[in-house]
Design a protein around this ligand. Sequence first.
Ligand code: FE2
Length: 265
Amino acid sequence: MTTLLQLSDTHIVAEGEMVSGRLDTTAPLERLIQRLQEVREQVGTVDAVLVTGDLSEDGSPESYDQFKRLLAPLDLPLYVIPGNHDARAPLRAAFAADGYLREDGKLNWHRQIGDLHLIGLDTLVEGQGVGVLDDATLGFLDSTLKTIGGEPTLVALHHPPFKSGIVFMDAIGLQSTAAFGDVLRQHQGEILVVCGHLHCMIVSNIGGFPAISAPSPCSSFAFDTRKSARIGFHEQGDGCLIHRWAGTFQTVRVGPVGGAGPFPF
Ligand SMILES: [Fe+2]
């Protein structure tokens, strides 16, 4: 059994700052970390935390320091990939000591955690909202999956490899969805694709495998498929995901608050 916690789109800023002049992203993440600590014994052993991009709102070194400080109570290994709000160099510098990030180029990596392989893919195009998997990244994915040889694998990227139906988010979506699907389709075995960017949980598929977007702890985008949908975020944190491998994949959302109970039926 291997269990990974997926956090996404925390949009942390330097201590005391707000996002878009109004959104406090620190307090919701603190609350979620506290909630995760409360349910930790119920969930069982968690092996690592995967963060699927937009750790930071502004890519500043101070925001990454704050992010690490907020995650510290979990005392778990952290694996990160960049989102469109991140900046590659400060992100690399902040997590260099963990030893799995290359010293230059895209932040693509592969790690084995328990009986699960974890592949992180870098879709960041700095200064833009859209995401791209360049040829080198797709080649890395293909060769890594060949090496893994069909063992259970979780593939992580920030931008969803599917259309969400949220028009303004799809406009800044992944530009390489077809090529990504073509690579995945050449491989067999158990693969689960996980992503962020949408600030809501959507289950879809790509290349014959399931693909799931994680919610954000600090804000959400309404599932409004109208072209006239108003562009913007809602002040509603929706927690995070837990992915377990126990002979098959299982994904569970952990919300930011627990209800009263349990009460007898
Ligand atoms: Fe985001």
